[in-house]
Each structure stands twice: as C-alpha cells, then as structure tokens.
Design a protein around this ligand. Structure first.
Ligand SMILES: Nc1ncnc2c1ncn2[C@@H]1O[C@H](COP(=O)(O)OP(=O)(O)OP(=O)(O)O)[C@@H](O)[C@H]1O
Ligand SMILES: [Mg+2]
Length: 439
C-alpha cells in the first residue's frame, strides 16, 4: 500500500483542495480505491467514506460504511422517490453538518433515487439548497462494472421518474445542473500484459468477436483438474455457497462451528451480509479467505490461507505460498460513525476473520485483486459488467480458468453506459432528450 500518486491523481486532489466536487472514473485496476485511501488520509478537513455495499466499504478501508448505514436510510420497497417521507435523523444531521468531504466508492452500483435522497438529506441537515448542502463530493467508480440492483417491479417507476428503466447514478436529478469535474484515470496497475489489457477492455465495452472468444476460451479447464487454491467466481449466490459447502464436505475430519456475536447496531441494515459469517463452519485443511486487514499487516482482507488447526480461541492457518503458520484470534469489527471531531461506536461484531475461500459471487468480488480464479460458467452471466468484473480481478490471463466456454452473450453491456462514455462521461451528458451519438 501507499503507492506514489500519479499526475492524473494529483489533478483530482488539487480539485478537491479547491472544494470542487469530482467524478473519478477509470477502468478496473486504475488505482481508484487506492487513491481514496490516500485522499482520506491527506485531505484537510473531515472526510467520510461510504460505498453501496458492505464488501465495497470494507474493501476501501477502516471506518468506511455503507450509504444506508451512514445516512440511516431504511430499506424501502419501491425505492426512494418520495424524498420528503425520509426524515433526517438528528444524529445523521450532526454528522452531515460536520463533514467537509464525502467520498463514495463503487458509484456504478448506486441508484439515482438513493443518491437524490442523500443530496436531499444533506441539504436539509445543512440548511442549504446547494448541491449536498455544500459538502465537497468525490464520486468514484466505473460504469462498465456492476449496475445498481433494480427489481423488475421497479423499472416502470424509474421510467416515470427518471426517463429510463435502467438507471445509473448519472441520472440523478441533483446532478443534472451540476458541473462536476470529471477525471478519467487511464494507467492500469492491476494488469501489465498488453494482450490481457486489450482483452479486458474489449469485454468491458462488449466488443467481443471470435478472436476474443478464442483467446479467452483457451483458458477452459476441460479435463484438467481445478487448480488448488484458486477462487471460484460465480454470478449466483447459491452456487457460491454450494461450492463452499461441497468443498468443506469433501474434506476429511470434523466440522467446527464458530458463532459470531453482535452487539448494538452493526452493519446489516439493507440485507447486507456480515463481514464474517455468523455461523462459520470450518475443518482442518479448509481453504479460507481473511475478512479483515491485520492490524500489523500480516494479512489483508481477501488473503488466502489454509486451516492447519482449529482451537477454541485460536485458529492456526498457513498463508498461501508461505511456510510458517500463524495463529488467528477473534476479530472485533466496530460500526463507527464520525460525530463532530470524533468517531462513535454504534455496535460491534466479534468473529474469527475468516470465511470459506472456495467461491465468491461476482458482486462480492467487485473491488478486489485475486491471485488465481476459476470462472464458473455452467450457467450464463446475466448482468451487464458481470463478466468484465469477474475477469478483471486477475492480474494475468494465465491465472484465469474457465469451467465452460464463454459465449458472446456473456459479455453484456448497456447501450446507455456505452453512450455515456462516448458523450464524454460528463455527469449530465445522458439526461433524457440528449441525442444518442453512434460509437
Ligand atoms: N499508484 C499505484 N502504483 C502502483 N500500484 C498501484 C497504484 N495504485 C493502485 N495500485 C495497485 O493496483 C491494484 C488495483 O488498485 P485499486 O484496487 O485501487 O484499483 P481500482 O481502480 O479501485 O479497481 P476496481 O475498479 O476493480 O475497484 C492494487 O493491487 C493496488 O495496490
Ligand atoms: Mg476499487
């Protein structure tokens, strides 16, 4: 961690110092989240960091929380179209009055109705009709990655309120008259090979021809065994759970169960999952992933390891590719909110910072960097950006394996996103009525 900041990133930082809100875009692996870690450390003033999902929040660092949790927005069936129904809780008002910067990571997954509500809450809390009541915003993400979750029954409501059934952050009403400075990071750090980068770029844009498929499908496992220690990535949550259970069942030995303990108000506000499973089932020999960063840096969130011994108070694990093993104790996660100059704890969760490491959903991998992956393609990828997000977790094509061949229809893209970028990726470039330029 702690990379030198690039000239492009320097520009963003300069804008933020001047109090200008910024939309920071850039393909997977351009160091966007890394830049957030830098900015929150160095910006003068009080900074809050939020993300649409708990995983994305955790990925960006300690103290980052979900949008719902920071703004204390209850889950709402049918969306947040009637903003006046949502009160500013006094605690939240205190927070919003006190911050100078609000950073939002993974904005491709943020719904515009939620974003408009965030703006409205900030304006009311600060008694100002300015954009977010004058808080300086840093919005970070890549619209080629996963889109917001919109239920089928909500599409018509979005069409009525926002002009489109498939909406994005850039459709938010509060952004239509804002001149945000838009910066696109171009230097990709996660991958180096030109060939792999070009493959990823084409899949991200949905520009897939037989040459791309041939190259990608050269990675199908066929009769080869699955490489040990590789992470299976699947679009389907049940499939990930099943794979984890199957692998655990296949191991000899006894199952140990570790039950997590919650107190106060902790994360799962909007159907979010806990950072480590509440019922953690493990066996000796199991592959696991860490679910937090070690205080002294011995491991990070997502580091792979193998269980050596299961004790009551400690679990001995061996990190992938290392000889020595280490003892892991329970971890305590705090759910904290900034309050004035301080942070207050609203709740805690104690559990071993481990989860079974055989499989994850694409949704949970957004933001991560992975050593070796197996894309489970027994059923098709169904959301736009899903294949791109899954593939772009790897650093090289040689560390990607496929259970079945990918077909052209797996690389789904949304015309609206393609047009948005073609029109210069300005925040209000895609409002209804803007001509759709051909790419
Ligand atoms: N300035 C830098 N110099 C060298 N390596 C970097 C730099 N910034 C980030 N990296 C490395 O590149 C990888 C990707 O960084 P990061 O996760 O911040 O990218 P991202 O743009 O947030 O990607 P995603 O869109 O997938 O969330 C990480 O392994 C990180 O350590
Ligand atoms: Mg990121």
């Amino acid at each position: 961690m702690g990379h030198a900041i690039t000239a492009e990133q320097e520009r963003v930082y300069g804008d933020l110092l001047l109090g200008r809100s910024v939309l920071l875009l850039g393909a997977a692996g351009t160091g966007k989240s890394e830049f957030i870690r830098h900015a929150r450390k160095h910006l003068p003033g009080r900074v809050a960091v939020v993300a649409p999902t708990g995983m994305a929040a955790m990925n960006v660092g300690v103290g980052a929380v979900t949008i719902h949790s920071f703004f204390q927005i209850p889950p709402a069936d049918g969306g947040y179209f009637q903003r006046e129904l949502f009160a500013v809780k006094s605690r939240v008002a205190g927070l919003l009055k006190n911050i100078d910067y609000l950073i939002v990571d993974e904005v491709s997954m943020v719904r515009p109705d939620l974003f408009d509500l965030m703006n409205s809450l900030a304006q009311r809390a600060r008694g100002s009709s300015e954009f977010f009541g004058g808080i300086c915003l840093l919005l970070v993400g890549d619209f080629h990655q996963l889109p917001p979750v919109i239920r089928t029954g909500e599409r018509e409501l979005f069409r009525a309120h926002y002009g489109f059934p498939n909406v994005y952050l850039f459709d938010a009403k509060c952004l239509q008259n804002e001149e945000l400075s838009t910066v696109r990071l171009t230097k990709i750090f996660r991958q180096r090979s030109e060939k792999f980068l070009s493959l990823l770029d084409r899949i991200g844009r949905g520009d897939v021809d037989s040459a791309v498929l041939k190259e990608l499908n050269g990675r199908v496992l066929g009769s080869n065994p699955e490489p040990r220690g590789a992470l299976t990535i699947t679009p389907y949550r049940e499939a990930a759970e099943l794979k984890n259970e199957e692998e655990l069942d296949a191991l000899p030995g006894l199952v140990h169960e570790y039950v997590g303990q919650r107190s106060g108000t902790f994360l799962p506000i909007n159907g979010e999952e806990l950072p480590s499973p509440e019922r953690l089932l493990l066996k000796e020999g199991a592959s696991v992933l860490f679910t937090c960063n070690a205080p002294k840096g011995e491991w990070a969130n997502g580091t792979a390891a193998t269980v050596k011994r299961l004790g009551r108070d400690h679990i001995e694990v061996q990190l992938l590719g290392r000889k020595r093993s280490l003892l892991v104790g329970q971890h305590q996660w705090s759910h904290i909110l900034p309050s004035g100059d301080e942070y207050v704890e609203t709740g805690t969760y104690r559990q071993f910072p481990l989860r079974l490491g055989y499989a994850l959903t694409v949704h949970r991998t957004q933001g991560k960097t992975c050593d070796e992956i197996i894309l489970q393609r027994d059923r098709r990828f169904f959301a736009h950006g899903q294949l791109y997000v899954a593939l772009s977790r790897a650093r090289t094509l040689e560390t990607v394996h496929l259970t079945h061949p990918i077909s052209r229809t797996d690389a789904l893209t949304d015309r609206r996103v393609i047009d948005y970028y073609a029109n210069g990726a300005r925040i209000s470039a895609n409002s209804p009525g803007t001509g759709h330029r051909k790419t």
